[in-house]
Design a protein around this ligand. Sequence first.
Ligand code: ADP
Length: 520
Amino acid sequence: METEPVYFLLVDDLKENLLSLEAVLRREGLVFLKARSGPEALEALLQHDVALAIVDVQMPEMDGFELAELMRGNERTGRVPIIFLTAGTADRQRRFRGYEAGAVDFLHKPIEPDILRSKAQVFYELYLQRRQIARQRDELKAYAAALEEADRRKDEFLAVLAHELRNPLTPIRYGLDMMRLAPGQQMPAELQTMMDRQLTHLVRLIDDLLDVSRVSRGKIDLRREPITLQAALQGAVEACRPLIEAHHHTLLLEIPETPVPLLADLTRIAQVISNLLNNAAKYTPEGGEIHLRARQEDGQAVINVSDNGVGIPPEMQSRVFDLFIQVEGGIKRSRGGLGIGLALARQLVEMHHGSLTVSSEGENKGSTFEIRLPLDPGQTRTTTESIPAPAVPSTLEILVVDDNISAAETTGQLLAMLGHHVTLSHDGRAAIDQARRLHPDAIILDIGMPGMSGYEVCRQLREDPRFAETILIAQTGWGEDRDREEARDAGFDFHLTKPVSVDDLSHALAGSLPGHSLAG
Ligand code: ADP
C-alpha cells in the first residue's frame, strides 16, 4: 500500500493557469507543487522528488527551456520528465531545443484535459513503479549486507568454537599422558581437579550450544513448577564454586531466609544464575569479589550478581546479550567462551516473563547483572526439600549395553569401582538374552545401536513382567525433549545424556535422580 504522496511540479507565471492545471489533474495520492517562475520551481525541486514537471514555455525572467536546462544539469532533478506547454505554434527549431533540454512531450494551449490527464497518468504509474523498484533494491541491499554479516559472524564463530573446544582438551590430554608415563602413580590432586573442571566446561559449552539452537527454534519446554529462589541459588552456587575458588575470588552471599516462591523451571533458573556467576569469575582479575544478592520487591524476585572486574563499556551494555557478541573479540579474547551465555540467559529469563539487564560504570569498574522474575502468588506451601543424598546402593547386578565398546567398558569399570557386579553387551538382541539369563537389578542402555535400538530393547524388556521392577536407564548422546519423551514412552526410568557423571549415575541407580527421572 502506497502511503507516501506522489509530487507533480506545475510551473506557470499565471496563477489561473496553475489552478486550472491542478483542477484537471487532481487525484488522490497526488500533491501539486506550484511555482510561478523558474527559480521558484528549482526551489521546490530541492524539497521533493518529483514524478513529472509540467512547464509553461513562455515565462518572463527564465523561460521554460532555461529551467529545463538547469534541471538537466543537476543530478537530483536531471531525470525528472518534463511536459512543455506552449501557446504559439512551436517552430521545429524551438521544439528541438525543448527536447534537447529534456522534454518528453509538448502540449499546445488550450489544453485538452483528457489528453493531459492520460499523459500524466502514464508518468504517475511509472514513478510508482520506479519507487517500488528502488525500495526493493534497498531491501535487497540490506538483506545482502545482513547475510554477509551473518556469514562473517558464522566464520568467526566457528574459529572461536574450534579454539574453545580445543582449550579444555589440553589439560585432559596432559593428564592422560601423565598416567601413561607414570603408570600406577597417583595423579596430582590439582591435575585431577583441573581435568574435572575443564571437562565440566566442555560439557557446558556443548549444552549451551544446543540450548541456543533449541531456543531459537522454539524447542525448549520449560518445566515450570513451584520452587523457591533459594533452591535455584543453591544449585547455581554449587556449580560455580570450583571456578570461583580457582580464581581465588571471594563470594559474598546475601540471600533472604524466608523462602521466595517462584513458578519456574529450577534447572533453567539455576543455569542462568550460574552463567552470571561464571562470567563474574571469568571477567574479574584474580582475588576479586563477587556478590550474589537476592531480595523480594514489588511482586518480583530480584537477583543481583556483581563483581569488581573488568566492567563493560557503555556502548556494549545492550549488545552483550546478542548472540556471539564479546567485548574483546578476535585475537584479543583471552577468557574463553563462545559469546552465547548471556543471549541464552536472557531468553530463558524472558521465557519466565522476567528480565535480565546489566549496569556497569565502565572499564575496570565492575559489572552488575540483574534478574527480575515474577513471584508465584499462588504458592502457599513451598517445596524446598533439598535433594537427599542417595542411599548408597549395595552391590547391584548391572547390565551395560552400548555398541561403542570403549563407552561400555569405561561405564563398566566405573560401576565396578563403585562395588557393583557388571556385565557388558554390545548388541541389543544379545542384551535381551543376557538380561533374561542374568535378571539384573539395573540395565544401562545406549539408544542409537545398529540392529535394535535401545528404545526397542527397553520396550521388549518391559513387556516381560520379570523386568517390571528393573531400573532401566537410557545413557545417550541425544538430549532433546522429544528424546526424553520417547525414552519415557519406551519404559525407561531415567534419561541421562552423555557424558554422565558418576554422581548422576549413582543417583539413578538409587532410583532418585531429580530432573532426570521420567516418572509421572
Ligand atoms: P562469553 O562469556 O562466552 O564470551 P557471554 O554471552 O556469557 O559469552 O558474554 C558475552 C560478553 O559479555 C563476554 O564476552 C564479555 O565480554 C561480556 N561480559 C559478560 N559478563 C561480564 C562480566 N561479569 N564482566 C565483564 N564483562 C562481561
